[in-house]
Design a protein around this ligand. Structure first.
Ligand SMILES: Cc1ncc(COP(=O)(O)O)c(C=O)c1O
Length: 519
């Protein structure tokens, strides 16, 4: 499968003649063409074809080989290289030069419309050239390899979502097309399919999708009857949504400080914050690593309190062999595009093993409706739509592989930073991280960020201000009670991270970082 491969920054677009030569094993050209195709098969580089090319290849192969053989070869080819997206009206927009070949012009149009860095592989000396278009003969490519054709990257992306999209484009198109066909845009079959797949993945008995991670948290708190006068114990070091939903319900966030090395809530600081008003505990599994859920659940059990894990950043991570989101009373995640399992818009999900709670959440997300137009609770418009579920379903096909890659990339960063003597977020041995962010600590953040920026390496700060120091929240909570969070907010810095980050890119990042830190 091409999705197993490690993609580089270059995309080969194959002309019909090269593919026919490679598959029919025709003369010397065939050997060169086959060698180029092998670089794609081995995951060195992406390979693409225009849909009509496949038909042309098949038609020509049929004249050279027995039909079943031709068919089998084309079938295998379609698992190695991917079709360029084609909506069908490209011919209308085509600007055809005199004397051009229609099949080549259409391939060029589709490739240049979608791919950021296409290299056309052809054995046709007449292939249309321009100053910007890069065209190569398969012999030259076979002899030189793809490296000389890879553009040196000037600026790295913080997260490369375009590359991931190219890897799953066919599944995405199929899934989106299915929704457009059946037209059930709200609570269509993709919604229950995704909920089932996510429940199976996490091992939780119930999954209820929601309009966003924020909405998932809000609905969970509502389902647990958190309201005015109540208190919810949470971390001050998170994205604002964690505390926002508490305040929106008229409850008060009470902050327990965080651990200095993981930035997750310090379980040993929770008990001191419990009062007669406490209704729930809401830890966040920050940067992709679960909080210490066993210790948190133990405190909660002593006071008969529910625990809501804000797992917006940690979907796919494990804690003592169990999946994040399935570690406590309720777990909530987010499908915000940059999250480990991100969609192409807003989305989220609630997980629980309590059937009653799941049912309440289901009703709350559709305006508290228990039957059509019968509103037995006060709810919200909080559904995730069918199109967004279709996108996340497509992403799920590559997800487990991406989790493994993220972990390998996180481990490589750890080694490189440890060698360079740069402090970083630590991972505990009884859990895994999906590295939603890869975060380090530096006392000279501004200077380091500026130096990395000059080197073309984007960085981000998660988060520059603890929640209890945010202007809108200061009056509601104790701003000075969490000194560790306040200190981390001055020192954290996140590096580019994603399942497709290459080792050479990581090397470049850490070299620039080391130079900046030691400046
Ligand atoms: C820790 C945390 N909680 C909640 C959210 C809210 O999720 P969403 O953006 O899907 O509403 C996010 C991310 O955006 C987050 O990182």
């Amino acid at each position: 499968m091409t999705t197993d491969t490690h993609y580089s920054a270059l995309q080969l677009v194959f002309d019909t003649n090269v593919l026919v030569d490679a598959l029919a094993a025709r003369d010397l050209n065939g050997q060169y063409a086959a060698a180029v195709l092998d670089t794609v098969r081995q995951g060195e580089v992406e390979g693409w074809y225009a849909p009509h090319t496949l038909m042309a290849v098949y038609a020509q192969l049929e004249t050279l080989l027995a039909a079943p053989k031709a068919y089998a070869l084309v079938q295998e080819l379609a698992t190695v290289i991917k079709p360029l997206p084609q909506v069908g009206d490209e011919l209308v927009q085509l600007d055809l030069p005199a004397g051009g070949r229609l099949d080549q012009m259409l391939s060029i149009h589709l490739a240049e419309d979608y791919l950021p860095n296409p290299l056309f592989v052809t054995d046709d000396p007449e292939f249309p050239q321009t100053a910007e278009r890069r065209v190569v003969h398969s012999k030259l490519l076979a002899e030189q390899g793809v490296a000389p054709w890879q553009n040196p990257e000037s600026r790295l992306p913080f997260i490369d979502l375009a590359l991931q999209q190219r890897a799953i484009r066919p599944q995405l198109q199929r899934n989106i097309h299915r929704v457009l066909q059946h037209g059930q845009y709200i609570l269509g079959p993709e919604v229950s399919e995704l909920e089932q797949r996510l429940a199976d993945y996490t091992g939780a008995e119930h999954c209820v999708t929601a309009a966003s991670g924020t909405e998932a948290l809000l609905i969970s708190l509502m389902a647990l009857s958190v309201g005015p006068g109540d208190e919810v114990i949470t971390t001050p070091f998170s994205f604002i949504a964690t505390t926002e939903v508490i305040v929106l319900l008229g409850a008060r966030p009470v902050f327990a400080d965080v651990e200095p090395d993981t930035a997750n809530i310090d379980a040993s600081a929770i008990e001191a914050q419990i009062s007669s008003c406490t209704r729930a505990i809401m830890p966040v599994s920050l940067y992709g690593q679960p909080a210490d859920m066993e210790a948190i659940n133990a405190v909660a059990a002593r006071y008969n309190l529910p625990v809501i894990e804000d797992a917006a950043q940690s979907f796919g991570a494990e804690y003592q062999g169990r999946k994040s989101t399935n570690l406590s009373t309720v777990g909530c995640t987010s499908f915000f595009p940059s999250k480990p399992l991100g969609g192409y818009g807003d989305g989220g999900a609630i997980f629980t093993n309590h059937a009653n709670l799941a049912q309440v959440c289901r009703e709350l997300r559709v305006h508290g409706q228990s039957e059509r137009y019968l509103h037995t609770r006060i709810g919200v418009g909080g559904r995730m739509d069918s199109l967004q579920c279709a996108v996340v379903l497509a992403k799920l096909e590559r997800f487990e592989q991406e989790v493994q890659r993220r972990q390998a990339i996180g481990a490589r960063y750890n080694t490189l930073l440890d060698q360079a003597g740069i402090a970083r977020v630590q991972q505990r041995p009884d859990r895994s991280s999906v590295f939603a962010q890869y975060t380090l600590f530096t006392e000279q953040r501004e200077r380091v960020q500026a130096a990395l920026q000059r080197a073309g390496i984007p960085t981000a700060v998660h988060y520059p201000l603890p929640l209890n120091l945010q202007p809108a929240y200061q009056r509601l909570c104790c701003p000075d009670c969490t000194p560790v969070a306040a200190s981390l907010a001055q020192r954290v810095l996140s590096l580019p991270m994603g399942a497709d980050l290459r080792p050479d890119q990581q090397q470049r990042i850490v070299e620039a970082l080391t130079a900046a830190v030691n400046q």
